[in-house]
Structures are given as C-alpha cells and as structure tokens.
Design a binder for this molecule. Structure first.
Ligand code: HEC
Ligand code: HEC
Ligand code: HEC
Ligand code: HEC
Length: 158
C-alpha cells in the first residue's frame, strides 16, 4: 500500500483506513495536512512542562467508520470561531484548538460562579477545552476512558 497517497474525499470514514501516517507533535496551526493516524498530544505552548504521561490520541480511530473506528464526525471536535461544527475533508486546513482556547497551563476553579460559567472560564484554556471535549464525550456516550491513567500513561521514572 502506498502510504503517501493523498485522497481528497468527503466520505472520509470509509477511506480512512487507507491513509498512511506517523505520529507527530501537535502544533497550533495546520495547513492542508492529511489528518494523522495518531497524534502525540504534547502541546508545549500550552504546558511548559507535562506532569502527566503524554497522551497518544488515536485520531483516525475516532473518525474512521465503524466497526474499525468509532465513526465520529470531524465536526464533533473541529468547529469554527462561532462554534459551528466544521464539515472537513482530508487536506483541509485545520486550526489547532489553542488558536481560540488560548490560555496556557491549568485554569483555577472560579470562586462563586455557577457551574456553567465555570465551565466557560475553564474552556478559555486549552487544558479545559481539550479535557471537556475528550472526557465530556466519553462520559456522555458512556464509552471511552474517563480515568486519568487510561489516557495519560504512567511516566517512566528517570
Ligand atoms: C480522555 C483522555 C484524558 C483523560 C481521561 C484525562 N486527560 Fe488529562 N489530558 C488529555 C489530553 C489530550 C491533554 C492535552 C495534552 C497536550 O496536548 O499537551 C491533557 C492534559 C492534561 C494536563 C496538562 C499537561 C500535563 O501533563 O501536565 C494535566 C495536568 C492533566 N491532563 C491531568 C489529568 C488528570 C489529573 C486526569 C484525571 C482526573 C486526566 N488528565 C484525565 C487527555 C485526558
Ligand atoms: C474525536 C475528536 C476529533 C475528530 C473526530 C477529528 N479530529 Fe482532527 N484533531 C483532533 C485534535 C484534538 C487535534 C489536535 C489539535 C491541536 O493540536 O490543537 C486534531 C488535529 C487535526 C489535524 C492537524 C494534525 C494532523 O493530523 O495533521 C487535522 C488536519 C485534522 N485534525 C483533521 C481532521 C479531519 C479531516 C477529521 C474528520 C475526518 C478529524 N480531524 C476528526 C480531534 C479530532
Ligand atoms: C476558531 C476558534 C476555535 C477553534 C479553533 C476551536 N474552538 Fe472550541 N470553541 C470555540 C467557541 C467560540 C466556542 C463556544 C464558546 C464557549 O462555549 O466557550 C467553543 C466551544 C468549545 C467547547 C464547549 C462546547 C462543546 O463543543 O462541547 C469545547 C469542549 C471545545 N470548544 C473544544 C475545542 C477543541 C478540542 C478544539 C480543537 C480540536 C477546539 N475547540 C477548537 C472556538 C474554537
Ligand atoms: C464525540 C465523542 C468522542 C470524543 C470527542 C472523543 N472520544 Fe475518545 N472515544 C470515543 C468512543 C465512542 C470510544 C470507544 C469506546 C469503546 O469502544 O468502548 C473512544 C475511545 C477512546 C480511547 C480508547 C482507545 C480507542 O481509541 O478505542 C481513548 C484513549 C480515547 N478515546 C481518547 C480520546 C481523546 C484523547 C480525546 C480528545 C482529544 C477523545 N478521545 C475524544 C468517543 C469520543
């Protein structure tokens, strides 16, 4: 199989299994990239130091059609500045989450604010947005990991 092939198609799910790809470091902006199979979630702009093990996110596994993947539409995770779900196809430019969920490091719990307001404050941070996206769906769908160590592998001791 030619791993360099670039297929532009709206029916990405059924074709996704043919894409080759290697784990990459997550950057903040991606132009015309073919979506990677696995994304090494190591955002050094958001976190000066990762205290937890680096998450290896099975990107393709999430958007590939069932039964090989979880059959999740791109727009469940990728949206525009008005929070409108994006109908992406392979090769489209994608903005990193941090272009909008700009704040670095961890949010502090808002004191004396409602849970809804607190969630809004927290998702101004990349940390809050990414956790809400990943863990939020897993909880809602009652499928997928919600425990820390299921996403963050234990760090090798030096
Ligand atoms: C569904 C997967 C998932 C679960 C479950 C999860 N995280 Fe994360 N977490 C992530 C991702 C993805 C990032 C973003 C890392 C990046 O892009 O650099 C992250 C980032 C972090 C960071 C900031 C980076 C670092 O290593 O210091 C901390 C701290 C963190 N998580 C703690 C936790 C804790 C504590 C729990 C359990 C209460 C938890 N996470 C559960 C996926 C998860
Ligand atoms: C379950 C959530 C989720 C789904 C579904 C999803 N993505 Fe992503 N995608 C992400 C996350 C998280 C990143 C990393 C963003 C960052 O680093 O800020 C990313 C990064 C990307 C990137 C840049 C990095 C790379 O892989 O080259 C592209 C391009 C991309 N996605 C395209 C797509 C397309 C096209 C689809 C649908 C076929 C899709 N994504 C489906 C969550 C998702
Ligand atoms: C172009 C700007 C932009 C980008 C890029 C962006 N977001 Fe958002 N996001 C928004 C806006 C605007 C809202 C709605 C405001 C709010 O609720 O705080 C939002 C809301 C959210 C929410 C709460 C509602 C929901 O959908 O569950 C989550 C979680 C989220 N974003 C995660 C992400 C993740 C993960 C990425 C990267 C894959 C990302 N965002 C990329 C602008 C953006
Ligand atoms: C819209 C829903 C949704 C979002 C968003 C989502 N996931 Fe998942 N995730 C799932 C489902 C469904 C499964 C499959 C669970 C099963 O088969 O029991 C899954 C499974 C997983 C698994 C187990 C291995 C695998 O792929 O089957 C990991 C790890 C994981 N997700 C990490 C993440 C991370 C990290 C993010 C955010 C960057 C994320 N997920 C965002 C729905 C989602």
């Amino acid at each position: 199989m030619n791993s360099k092939q670039v297929i532009v198609s709206a029916v990405v799910g059924s074709l996704a299994m043919f894409f080759g790809g290697m784990a990459i470091h997550a950057k903040t902006a991606y132009a015309g990239a073919v979506a990677k199979d696995v994304i090494e979630m190591n955002n050094t702009a958001a976190f000066a130091k990762h205290k937890m093990g680096i998450v290896m996110f099975g990107h393709k596994k999430h958007f590939a059609a069932k039964p090989d993947g979880h059959g999740i539409a791109c727009g469940e995770c990728h949206h525009d500045k008005d929070h409108k779900a994006l109908a992406l196809k392979q090769g489209d430019a994608v903005q990193g989450c941090m272009e909008c969920h700009k704040k670095a490091e961890k949010p502090k719990k808002g004191k004396g604010v409602s849970a809804a307001d607190d969630a809004k404050l927290e998702r101004e941070y990349y940390y809050g947005a990414i956790h809400e996206n990943c863990i939020g769906c897993h909880k809602k769908a009652a499928a997928g990991p919600v425990k820390c160590a299921e996403c963050h592998p234990k760090k090798a001791t030096k």
